[in-house]
Design a protein around this ligand. Structure first.
Ligand code: NAD
Length: 277
């Protein structure tokens, strides 16, 4: 079984560099899917209140019998729960659904700049951190301008910013900002949602060269440039394939070729305007 290395977050918390994401997995399906991922060796699970599968995820974690301290559980606060008091209530609800006493990482899912209150929300996360109910706190989909404001108005530097990132959207500016401020970059849709990206001929050629699959090449790229990744699949063979990425290495030529695939195009919404409640 593959051993997933950990990175050390800016508050000393260890986070597996590869985890399992459960967006678009129904609550009852999450029990099976998360169980399969844990059996395959994943120890980090990425869910969110908005995914509607915190209960199924929590049941799978409990049923696995894996000691709590060996697991790394992330959940996220939804857009309708911005604000200090609302955030505290949302966190309680997530923890109850997960059946946990603490989460390892609690994130603000989107900044919703139109509301303009993400710093208030984040202050609730600081409280949750101080109470020991989250081992680390952070954000998701924050642009550098949102991070800049947060850094100016709050005390705890986010441990993580989880953003859309894959070879077609390499996010140079955000990654550089994160490095400057000690924020870990976590890539969502790391496989580009399995759409056109995995059919890219350059990725196909590199995959053939290493005797690996396109998905494995893309995940390896993320790991080698320092990203945390959370690929999603509900197909058992792919769940295993996506964690089997520690037995080979991309070389300098591969990395140069992959760097050339950036088109700057998003699959998901623009964080500057996304405000779905
Ligand atoms: P992904 O890039 O992980 O792609 C998943 C899709 O790729 C699968 O549904 C499947 O169709 C295909 N796939 C997976 N493994 C494959 C393989 N080995 N070979 C071929 N095809 C394969 O996309 P995602 O689910 O959007 O992102 C991963 C996780 O990121 C989510 O589950 C969620 O946890 C997180 N996420 C977070 C946000 C956010 O706003 N913070 C947004 C989207 C996703």
């Amino acid at each position: 079984m593959s051993k997933v290395p950990s990175i050390t977050l800016n508050n000393g918390t260890a986070m597996p560099q590869l985890g399992y994401g459960v967006w678009q997995v129904e609550d009852d399906q999450a029990f099976t899917a998360v169980g399969q991922a844990l059996a395959a060796g994943y120890r980090s699970i990425d869910t969110a209140a908005a995914y509607g599968n915190e209960e199924g995820t929590g049941k799978a974690l409990a049923a696995s019998g894996i000691p709590r301290e060996e697991l790394f559980v992330t959940t996220k606060l939804w857009n309708s729960d911005h604000g200090y008091d609302a955030a505290l209530r949302a966190f309680d609800a997530s923890l109850t659904k997960l059946g946990l006493e603490y989460v390892d990482l609690y994130l603000i899912h989107w900044p919703v700049p139109a509301k303009g209150i993400y710093t208030e929300t984040y202050k609730a996360l600081e409280r949750i951190l101080a109470d020991g109910r989250a081992k680390a706190i952070g954000v998701s989909n924050f642009l550098p301008e949102h991070l800049q404001r947060l850094l100016g108005e709050t005390s705890v530097v986010p441990a993580v910013n989880q953003i859309e990132l894959h070879p077609h959207l390499q996010q140079e500016e955000s990654r550089a900002f994160h490095v400057r401020h000690g924020i870990a970059t976590e890539a969502w849709s790391p496989l580009g949602q399995g759409r056109g990206l995995l059919d890219d001929p350059t990725i196909g050629r590199i995959a053939t060269k290493h005797g690996r699959t396109p998905a494995q090449v893309v995940l390896r790229w993320h790991l080698q440039i320092g990203n945390v990744v959370i690929p999603k699949s509900v197909t058992p063979s792919r769940i295993v394939e996506n964690i089997d990425v520690f037995g080979f290495e991309l070389d300098g030529d591969d990395l140069v070729e992959l760097a050339g695939l950036d088109t700057g195009s998003r699959l998901g919404p623009d964080p500057a305007t996304f405000d779905m409640a």
